[in-house]
Design a protein around this ligand. Structure first.
Ligand SMILES: Cc1cc2nc3c(=O)[nH]c(=O)nc-3n(C[C@H](O)[C@H](O)[C@H](O)COP(=O)(O)O)c2cc1C
Length: 150
């Protein structure tokens, strides 16, 4: 099952996590594509494929500006996506009131659109880890297992 990765970032951490996951998923022999923001306009996650959203949070629980247009388009268009599988890796900081708010918003939106959650959202807390890439790596086997059981 092909994995499509999209990311939202302000300072680059979520992009680094997305790039590393892309490389590791490829190494695991699974087809994967990291979609740049310029490739998101008008794009809908295809049926029978996996959407992996990797996003940090900005403002007060907000989606980063680079991926916000796509998030808003999905919200407005509200396509029905019952054959799309998804997972969310959320980067945040628990000293903020709306911890991992962007990841939560993506999770809720995709569930509303009928997409199927593969596993519980991974939340990476900047107060607890200096290396979100390592934490995402440790989580990856769970994600790969969830894909292969579909
Ligand atoms: C101005 C600003 C606002 C932030 N707001 C939140 C927030 O509301 N909730 C949260 O969990 N983290 C928040 N964060 C923390 C970032 O999401 C976190 O540091 C993340 O690792 C940054 O990843 P990035 O480099 O991909 O942008 C905020 C950080 C900044 C600088």
């Amino acid at each position: 099952m092909k994995v499509n990765i999209v990311f939202g970032t302000v300072y680059g951490s979520a992009q680094a996590v997305a790039e590393q996951l892309t490389a590791q998923i490829q190494q695991a022999g699974v087809e994967v594509e990291l979609r740049e923001h310029s490739q998101l306009s008008g794009w809908l996650p295809p049926a029978e494929q996996v959407l992996l959203v990797v996003s940090s949070t900005t403002g007060q629980g907000d989606v980063p500006d680079d991926i916000a247009p796509w998030f808003q388009a999905l919200k407005q268009q509200a396509p029905y996506l019952p054959a799309v599988y998804y997972a969310v890796v959320a980067l945040g900081d628990s000293s903020y009131e709306h911890f991992c708010g962007a990841g939560r918003q993506f999770d809720e939106l995709l569930a509303e659109l009928g997409a199927k959650s593969l596993l519980t959202r991974l939340q990476l807390d900047a107060t607890e880890t200096m290396s979100p890439e390592q934490d995402a790596s440790a989580w990856l086997p769970k994600f790969l297992a969830a894909i292969s059981s579909r």
